[in-house]
Design a protein around this ligand. Structure first.
Ligand code: GLN
Length: 297
């Protein structure tokens, strides 16, 4: 049931909320984002405040409920994406809960790198791809959208995360080409040994001791299972480098995201295995070395 308030009443609330945002060091864009999701107003109407004179504005929640969410953003530092249950990544609107990491903009590039790593004649070929630690399913969905004849196997250790990923894939029409399995890394994918064209992952890569020192939005609200990469942050990347050669076909792609400062160590890990060739590092849009790519010999 929609709820209505007068434009003036809403405007007065927003005016106070803006002052609170500035005092709490929360971007005004987040307030706008919350309101776009929970009211019938678009960004332009919010910016121009053209709703102020409307006798009625439609809300999805009561103003008191919106105020409560805003309070959680300011006091508990809950990311706005968890408050609305939605985020935007590449071309997609994705459902998110606190069981999954909020997909980051830099991770969008993994999909472009995967496409560039493939020879053009293989883009439309039938192939098996694997997204290990899929979380919200973002990477699997991104891959399914560009590799139109591929089957994507998306694995996560968290059943709650898989439920979110599965719902996202179904909502976006990829339910038939993404297969979801619960388990640790390759564990549920024994049957794919030697048949994988590409493995792509945004694994946990933050050193354990750093996880508790990140901004409260991350440390207090995002799943540590998706962040904590052990002592030096590289435990999962080391595991993926060691295990992938059994699964990748010859020429298969190994592609992961990592943290600033890890590139040299990741190159060393890959080169120490002798199963990979053409090890390459790519920067994100901020110029930080963020992705490692290699091919199975
Ligand atoms: N990029 C995430 C962050 O900055 C970390 C994601 C990960 O560990 N894979 O919090």
């Amino acid at each position: 049931m929609p709820i209505f308030v007068s434009g003036l009443e809403l405007w007065k609330w927003i005016d106070r909320a803006k002052v609170e945002a500035i005092a709490s060091d929360v971007s005004l864009t987040e307030l706008e984002w919350l309101l776009q999701e929970l009211t019938s107003l678009d960004k332009l109407a919010l910016r121009l405040e053209s709703f102020k004179d409307l006798p009625k504005v439609e809300l999805n929640l009561s103003l008191a409920e919106i105020a409560q969410l805003w309070e959680r953003r300011l006091q508990e530092r809950v990311p706005v994406q968890y408050l609305t249950g939605t985020t935007y990544w590449r071309d997609f609107s994705l459902k998110v809960t606190q069981a999954v990491l909020i997909p980051r903009p830099e991770t969008e590039l993994l999909i472009d790198l995967a496409v560039e790593a493939l020879k053009p004649d293989r883009l439309n070929s039938k192939s098996n791809w694997v997204d290990l630690g899929t979380g919200s399913g973002a990477i699997a969905i991104g891959l399914a959208s560009v590799l139109t004849n591929s089957t994507i196997y998306a694995v996560d250790f968290s059943a709650a995360a898989l439920a979110v990923a599965q719902q996202n894939a179904e909502n976006l029409g990829f339910g038939d080409r993404i297969k979801f399995d619960r388990g640790s890394w390759w564990e549920p994918l024994e049957f794919l040994k030697g048949q994988v064209s590409g493995m792509i992952s945004n694994p946990p890569y933050i050193p354990s001791s750093t996880v508790l020192t990140l901004q409260p939005e991350v440390t207090k609200h995002e799943p540590h299972l998706a962040l904590d990469g052990g002592g030096d942050g590289l435990d999962c990347i080391r595991h993926l480098a060691a295990t992938a050669p059994d699964y990748l076909e010859s020429g298969g792609i190994w592609l992961v995201e990592m943290m600033a400062g890890q590139a040299e160590a990741v190159v060393e890990i890959l080169e120490s295995h002798g199963s990979y060739c053409q090890v390459q590092i790519f920067a994100d849009l901020a110029g930080i070395d963020r992705f490692a790519l290699a091919y199975r010999r």
